[in-house]
Design a protein around this ligand. Sequence first.
Ligand SMILES: Cc1ncc(C[n+]2csc(CCOP(=O)(O)OP(=O)(O)O)c2C)c(N)n1
Ligand SMILES: [Mg+2]
Length: 625
Amino acid sequence: MATIRLTVAQAVVRFLANQYSERDGHEQRLIPGCFGIFGHGNVAGVGQALLEAQVTGSADLPYYLARNEQGMVHASVGYATTRNRLQALACTASIGPGSANMLTGAALATTNRIPVLLLASDIFATRVGSPVLQELELPSGYDISVNDAFRPLSRFFDRVWRPEQLPAALLGAMRVLADPAETGAVTLALPQDVQAEAHDWPEELFARRVWHVARPVPERAALARAVAAIRSARRPLLVAGGGVIYSEATAELARFAEATGIPVADTQAGKGAIRWDHPQAVGGVGSTGSPVANALARDADLVIGVGTRYSDFTTASRTAFQHPDVRFVNLNVTALDAAKHAGVMLVADARAGLVALAEALSGHHVEDDYTRSHREHLDRWNHVVDEAYHLGHQPLPAQTEIIVALNEFLGERDVVVQAAGSMPGDLQRLWRARDPKQYHVEYGYSCMGYEIAGGLGAKLADPEREVYVLVGDGSYLMMAQEIVTAVAEGIKLTIILVQNHGFASIGSLSEQLGSQRFGTSYRYRNPKTGLLDGDILPVDLAENAASLGADVLKTRTVPEFRAALERAAASDQTTVVYVETDPLAPAPESEAWWDVPVSEVSALDSTQQARAVYEAAKRGQRPYL
Ligand SMILES: Cc1ncc(C[n+]2csc(CCOP(=O)(O)OP(=O)(O)O)c2C)c(N)n1
Ligand SMILES: [Mg+2]
């Protein structure tokens, strides 16, 4: 057996450079690059291996230096989301806090079912010098390190204590990354001494390897059950989730909707699965959805979930579907999701499943009355949205006007990126998506700080598209540092920084729940009230962005904002368009609920009143058994 002598880290790099994924006959690199931040634990292991690969040309694994480890995992998720999970990036971090900083990113990736390979550096396998700097020393076991915290967050976790374990660990990691049902964060914990240790590897380890990304087809009996349920439904509603987009099943979804007349609502991850102006599209469903989709959901006797995990936002905390006999048919590549709400399980790839359903339902069409009723409702809603588009709110614009101006400005293939705050709700209600990859809102984990980093990854994955990041001031303050990475790498982002001096989202939620906007604005502490309701702080986030190397355009009105978008589009530099908005401006309602428990006993009137409202809403919650 021919062997090659390399360190463990050199072997990892060479192996990763030779992995490919394939779906529908198209091949691409499975791991086309690596983000990283070096420290002890990876600087002389994986870091040396990446350097050697670049200098000698022995392996092709481009390296991107990030500014925060959480940010680099977000960027990788942005990348893999854009590539429909066919490609993922690796992330290398130093031991202790460097790797621990990736934990939030791991949770985000796994929650959203997006692949990312985390190369977490670990304490010495030999333990000769223990405890090393940044080692968590637990009296209960010396083989536990901070990296064990990745176990519940990873779809695959392995710690390579010895070089001999590496080949199996690498193959296991690739299998999970490329499996649409299992994918998420994959963590390989690499002890710092093992990374630098040499070993004789079989040459075959580095052969070009292609991982087939499967499109499982539905079982015939399951298909028959699903078809029977759909044929017998009078008021079916299809809920399109992110799985439709990842599976590239949007054309098949449109055909299915046209052939059957079944209306299609979308989720946050699924927006763009159907064009907003498709005759069967009824907008977002759930807590932040459109009243049209929510009215249809309320009366639906059958919900056909395709590629959705039915988060509480989608089901309005299990109040969205109120028909006494509502049933579910769930087409999903993941059995976990297909089984939800005691649904008829159709475990399959979204595209393969939709094709099979369309074929088996040939000639079937919902009654004309049903189609007519939702069309009228939709026309009324589109009128409401048009009005929200041009509110003319004074003196500061409403956030909805900014979103809408952006929506109107964006080209068909341009991308909007968001994650947390009040914007995902406004976006789900108002955004008119014209391309499956236009709406990039991370709302599985809804992580403040994803926006800029995720946008960086999205742009890296598809440089031909213009990427517009919408970020609130709170989220900007949590994680703006990847602007520096964008500037250094010459990756152009247009970042719209929406300043409203705190948490418009949680502020309004707090008020609604009787907590009086407590602790949700970024203001001076007021000596009179003892609360953070004093003057506005002397904080200039526009200057902050400029200090990170971005071009900055400050705007105060919608026309100024539009002009700034024009200038940003004409530039090839990362540009921050700064805009102040009124956090109290009105926005159209979803007419749907979200379950956030209110204190059962309280000395505050506001809380008692909110509790009464909460208890009434809670009675509408259904188990869907
Ligand atoms: C990392 C993280 N911490 C806390 C939260 C809870 N949270 C959701 S939205 C929000 C406020 C967001 O503020 P900002 O970005 O300014 O957006 P706005 O609400 O003003 O639109 C908070 C604290 C979260 N989603 N993510
Ligand atoms: Mg804010």
